[in-house]
Every structure is written in structure tokens, then in C-alpha cells.
Write a protein that binds this ligand. Sequence first.
Ligand SMILES: [Zn+2]
Length: 398
Amino acid sequence: MPTDVQQTFWWTLAGTLALGWGVTTWRSLVRRKRRHERRARYLEGVRYLLDDKPDRALEVFLSLSEIDDETVDTHFALGSLYRRRGEVERAIRVHQHIVDRTSLSTDTRDAALTELARDYFRAGLYDRAEELFLSLAGSGREPALALSHLVRIYEIQHEWQQAADAHKRLRNVGVPEQPAAIAHFYCEMAEAAIAAQDYRRAIEHLDSATREQHDFGRSAILRGDLARRQGDPGLALQLYRSVIRRDFHLLALVLPRLADVAKQAGEPQQFDEALEELVRNGAGNPAEIAYAAIVSGYYDDPLILDCVREMLTIDSDLRDMTAAFLPSAAEPTREQLHAIAGALRNVVLRHARYRCSQCGLDSSTFLWHCPACHAWDTLRGVAALEFLPKAALPRSAA
Ligand SMILES: [Zn+2]
């Protein structure tokens, strides 16, 4: 190779290498500068957060065009903080900002979509939440979380069939928080069918409820109601008696039904027999039966009035109060016991008669579904009569 050509070759090579080195160095400097600027903006956002200026912090974080492993956690923490504070619109903006970044891993994107769906749920935007949770239930990394939210959405919207379907899918991938909820969904559908006089459909739903939950009090009550409508008081009697044997807390619901159906069946003695059986088996004592009768408004039966008498002997407060109106040392007559039960019912009606055993919510009516904590069948009778106005009671611990 001639000397000139050799020289040209080496110069060209050197120039190319120098250019390559220059470009690489320049790119590296630009990247470092951007990273530095991003970090400065990020720290500025953190400072705003620490100074309790969430609006300024939000603008700074949303202005970051790139999210890396370091800043994404802060975005998640910020979104979750906003949602906890009830500032759902801000939470949605933060989580949407993460979702819009295409450079993130599938896991991070799934996590952001889950948080966004939870924001929509919290904001009451159930259609959007449902759409996202449906997609996450099919392909997301946490299908159980998505399905449990779908169950809640369908419960809120009274879409009972969809709630049951989502509950079944949830059961296949995890443990539902409330395994008995699905039986209640079928009972809800049965109640609607009974109201529409579609008894065949109602029985199908009740059969589904029983398949899901054996010895289920609510479905047995509804099946008994159906039997009465269809002229089978004997079956209704049998079902109602089975309910109070198993679920004594449902006595106030069942008592008037039991009394009616025993008369309808021509076997009024079955009412007393059912109550005597409860006392004999230790399922409930006479005072508890009397209280359930007073709550239900059915206290005409002589046996119930005997239970009211027993309640007066057990409860010293009640005994002292009623003794003032009764002749001394005399046993109250049935008429007097009936009047006392009526007066107690008036007092009871002015107070909460049921309390949720999970969250403590007070309710004046029996509800299968607690509207506060969304638990099923957790309301229980409140046996104490609260005579003091609420303001006079000691404050309970927060
Ligand atoms: Zn509750």
C-alpha cells in the first residue's frame, strides 16, 4: 500500500474514532444533565410534600416526563396518599401519569392500573372501575384483588348475578373475604323473583343458595315464605322451626311468621312447642325470647307473656320500673304483662334495635347487609335499653 494511502487510512480511522468518542461523550453528558435536572425537580417535589403543599408537589411530579425506578415508588406513594385523604381526582392524575409512561415494566403498569381502578372505585365511578378490574382480573398479576373489587361493585349496584359470577371466579383464584356472601346474592335474586311472583325462578335461586351454603337461615326463611304462598303451611312450619333452632338471632324475624303459619296449618300448639324446644335445648332463655317478641311486635301469645314475666324477674331495672305501677306483692296479670310489653316496644322502637357485630353500626331495622362495613348477616339484636340521651353517655374511645 503506498504511503499516502496509508496515511489517509489512518487519519480517517482516527477521525472516525474521535467523532464516535465525541458523540458518545456528548450523549452521556446530555443524559447526565437530564438526570441531574430530573433529580432536582424530583427533590423539589419532595420538598413541597414535606412543606404540606400537595398542589405544588403534584404539578412538579406530573411535569417529570420520565419515571424511573427511583421516582415511580414516590408516584405510587403520592397517589395512595391523595386517595387516603379523599383527594381522589389528584390520585387519578398521578396514577394515570404512571400508566401513560410506556417505558415501564408490565408489573409496574399493572400496579398503576390497579391503583387507578381503586381510585375510580373510591370516586364512585363504578363503570370505569369495573372496566379496568375486568381487564386486570383476566390478565393482571393480582386477579384476586381485582375480582374482590368487582364483587363489591356488583353488590353496590345490586347486580346479583354478576356478583355471584365474580364471587365464583374469586373462589377459583383466592379466598373470598365472605364465603357466605354468594348465598346471599342468590337470596337477593330469590326475593326479587318472589316479588315478581316468579316462584319457579325463586326456587331455582334458593336451591343455588342452599348448594352454596348448607343450613342457610335466610334461604330457609324465604323457602318457608314461598311454601306459605303456595298453600303448604306444614312445610313452612318445618322450615321456620329449623331456622330458629340453628340461628337463634333470627328469632325476631321468624316469630310472627311462625305464629301465623302454625294457625294456618291448624296446629297452633306448634308455636309453643317451638319456643319450649328453644328453652329446653338451651338455644335461648325466656328473657331473650321475650325481647325478640317485643322487637317483632308479636307478644299476644300466653307463652310469650310468661317469658315477659320471667324477663321482669331477671332484669332488676325493669322490675323496679314496672313495680311502681303494679299492686305490691302481686303477680302481674296477663293483661298487665301485655301492657308492659307494649310500653317496652314503644321504648324499643325509639332506639336502635340492631348492631353490626363487625363495625358497631346501629340500625333500627334488621338488614342482611351492613351498609357501613358491607359484611353479610352481622346485625344482631341489641338487648340493652338505652334510657339516657346520647349526649349524657360517656364518650366511647375513638
Ligand atoms: Zn358493619
